[in-house]
Design a protein around this ligand. Structure first.
Ligand SMILES: *Cc1c(COP(=O)(O)O)cnc(C)c1O
Length: 376
């Protein structure tokens, strides 16, 4: 069994996908060109943002946004401790300081009470200037942006949405990747909408920031690419990836997002009461980048993982080490970065296979195996 079955997806989309890829090859417009513009327009329209700038990865997307805001040494950027490394890595890459915020034990997303506590702590220490909050839509569920924005406004901070896993999620009618002043996503193959390699995008409604993003992602270009007005990056999206994404977005919007939600609903129905299933608050809609259970402790988790493995059911631990415990961040003062919920989650979470093409028979087999092991 596959954890995320990209092969079946390709089989379903094969005719359209092969043609889309070969059309780019025949056009020989491999980098930039009309496919990129088409992709940017389609993705901006889908989420409801004014601008989409395609780039080379979700990590680059985050980095580009920090460059637009000139985040630098001496700045504090608030980021959840329970996330993928890239959300925090980019802060350090800019020379700024990540301040780790704990998460909510039910939604896995940024705990707004702890956010305010960490901002106050940072102000009191007087070493750093609070600039940005990066809120992550972990496992596909949008963060609590209403509450986050309130705190951000109080302290005059920018809000960035790391929607690498959140693409397709919603709060009410508003779609993920529109909740930040700048929002980002990733098209890494295993994300809700993935390409056939690395890819990412930045979304914003702000014309000036969009123009800066356009410049930063092509070597800080000015009037043309050999007129360089700032230090930028090479972070263009390949045209083949744009073509792949146009085919994928159509399937995602037509049925994949709904289908993956059906899988999650069925999982929850069958596992409720046996194990702690993921919580989707009222009015929220998840894109189910992951379906993540919480078990009692690390020992139970290892047991469950082995029992499922014996039945050829793959599982994954997202994430085994919170950011404030990562070796790469040892240089930060750890006493300032207490995140007990993140630490507990790192020991107790386990993610089940989930994707739109998971058969009901496989879903049932997985749920039966989980129930049998935990009811023992
Ligand atoms: C995957 C991911 C990223 C990075 O995306 P890449 O395309 O792999 O660079 C950033 N943040 C989160 C939360 C992610 O899951």
């Amino acid at each position: 069994m596959q954890f995320r079955d990209l092969k079946t997806q390709y089989t379903v989309l094969k005719d359209e996908m092969d043609k889309a890829i070969l059309d780019v090859v025949a056009s020989s417009a491999f980098v930039m060109g009309p496919k990129i513009k088409e992709m940017e327009t389609a993705f901006a329209d889908y989420v409801g943002a004014k601008h989409c700038v395609a780039c080379n990865s979700g990590t680059d997307a985050l980095l580009l946004a920090l460059k637009v805001w000139d985040v630098k040494a001496g700045d504090a950027v608030f980021v959840p401790s329970f996330t993928f490394f890239a959300s925090a890595e980019v802060i350090a890459m800019q020379g700024a300081t990540p301040v780790f915020v704990d998460v909510d034990k039910d939604t896995f997303n940024m705990d707004v009470v702890d956010l305010e506590r960490k901002i106050e702590q940072t102000l009191k220490a007087g070493q750093l200037t609070p600039r940005v909050v990066i809120a992550v839509d972990l496992f596909g569920l949008p963060a609590d942006f209403k509450a986050i924005r309130k705190v951000a406004e109080k302290y005059h901070l920018y809000v960035m949405e790391d929607g690498a896993q959140g693409f397709g999620g919603r709060i009410g009618k508003q779609k993920a990747c529109t909740f930040g002043d700048i929002s980002t996503t990733s098209f890494f193959p295993a994300k809700p909408v993935g390409c056939y390699g690395d890819g990412g995008a930045v979304f914003t409604d702000d014309d000036e920031w969009a123009a800066l993003l356009e410049s930063y992602h092509i070597h800080g270009k000015g009037s043309d690419r050999y007129d360089n007005v700032r230090i930028g990056m090479n972070s263009r999206m390949d045209s083949i990836q744009a073509a792949v994404l146009l085919v994928k977005l159509k399937a995602f919007a037509q049925y994949e997002l709904e289908d993956v939600n059906k899988v999650a609903c069925r999982y929850t129905e069958k596992l409720k009461g046996v194990v702690k299933t993921p919580v989707v608050p009222e009015g929220y809609y998840s894109s189910w980048a992951q379906y993540t259970l919480q078990v009692k402790d690390k020992e139970v988790r290892t047991g469950l993982q082995n029992a499922l493995k014996a039945l050829d059911i793959p599982t994954a631990i997202y994430y085994p080490i919170p950011m404030h415990k990562q070796t790469a961040f040892n240089y930060l003062n750890p006493s300032d970065n207490r995140c007990p919920v993140s630490e507990a989650l790192a020991d107790t979470v386990i993610s089940l296979p989930i994707h739109p093409y998971l058969s009901e028979a496989d879903q049932d087999m997985i749920c039966k195996a989980v129930c049998e092991f935990l009811n023992k």
